[in-house]
Design a protein around this ligand. Structure first.
Ligand SMILES: Nc1ncnc2c1ncn2[C@@H]1O[C@H](COP(=O)(O)OP(=O)(O)OP(=O)(O)O)[C@@H](O)[C@H]1O
Length: 240
């Protein structure tokens, strides 16, 4: 609610949004609008200079490090640039959140990693190194890592950047299936707005650090707000 974040200059200037439980929320907007900053603020990685972030009924600003750690167990994040550790195998990358935030036996960790890899159509990829994977495979490993701890909230920053349309759609379908199977709450940023809208329930558009539109996918597609209309339909003429 009323979230402000500033670095050298203000980036988020009073953003209020509510992501309904169990939905896929598409966060769209032009470059440097503040989408990634908002996602990191939701994840508790950036503290707002003003305003309040509530996640799963808890106000992040009121939590100490132990409380934040507890909330982070319920949040999975796919970062923009894969953020896979190059020196770790695929299997160790996926196991990382389990080892860091949970105390599970080795066998259960290996089982969960194998199940996730099968789920993202990369069975048996445990011993591979990220450097030897294609962009689409890295994104799928990222999805496997974000979901391995069975978090209730998933935050995806550009899950399809740099991928061809078919591979992109497969990633979107995977996000949708995960949401349907595990009833997760999802926020997804993508500059591929059309692809993202195929799975989105709700849409929020950031522009200049403010939320200039919020509504259902249908409302976004029918919006008469000039910036929203231009962005959603990829028009060259318009205010952007
Ligand atoms: N850690 C930081 N330090 C300083 N400035 C930052 C930092 N992170 C983001 N910014 C600035 O905040 C603004 C918003 O960045 P953000 O990454 O949220 O944009 P975005 O909407 O995700 O854009 P893109 O689609 O280009 O990734 C940019 O001007 C960026 O330079």
């Amino acid at each position: 609610m009323d979230v402000h974040v500033a670095f050298r200059q203000p980036v988020l200037r009073g953003v209020s949004l509510e992501v309904p439980e169990g939905c896929i929320y598409a966060l769209i907007g032009p470059g440097a609008a503040g989408k990634s900053v908002l996602l990191k603020t939701l994840a508790g990685l950036i503290r707002p200079s003003q305003g309040r972030v509530e996640l799963l009924g808890r106000t992040l600003g009121e939590l100490d490090e132990a409380g934040l750690m507890e909330v982070r167990r319920d949040v999975g994040m796919l970062f923009q640039n894969y953020a896979l550790f190059d020196f770790m195998t695929v299997g160790e990358n996926i196991a990382f959140p389990l080892r860091r935030l949970f105390s599970l036996g080795e066998r259960e960790i290996q089982e969960r990693v194998a199940e996730r890899l099968a789920r993202v159509s990369l069975p048996g990829f445990e011993p591979r190194l990220p450097a030897g994977l294609s962009g689409g495979q890295k994104k799928r490993v990222g999805v496997a890592r974000a979901t391995v701890s069975r978090p209730r909230v998933l935050l995806y920053d550009e899950p399809t950047a740099g991928l061809d349309p078919v591979t992109s759609q497969k990633i979107y379908d995977l996000i949708r299936e995960e949401q349907r199977t595990h009833r997760t709450t999802n926020v997804v940023i993508s500059s591929d707005v059309r692809g993202l809208l195929t799975i989105a329930d709700r849409v929020g558009m950031l522009h200049g650090g403010k939320l200039i539109f919020e509504g259902t996918r249908e409302q976004a597609l029918a919006s008469e707000v000039p910036e929203v209309r231009q962005f959603v339909h990829g028009l060259t003429d318009g205010p952007l």
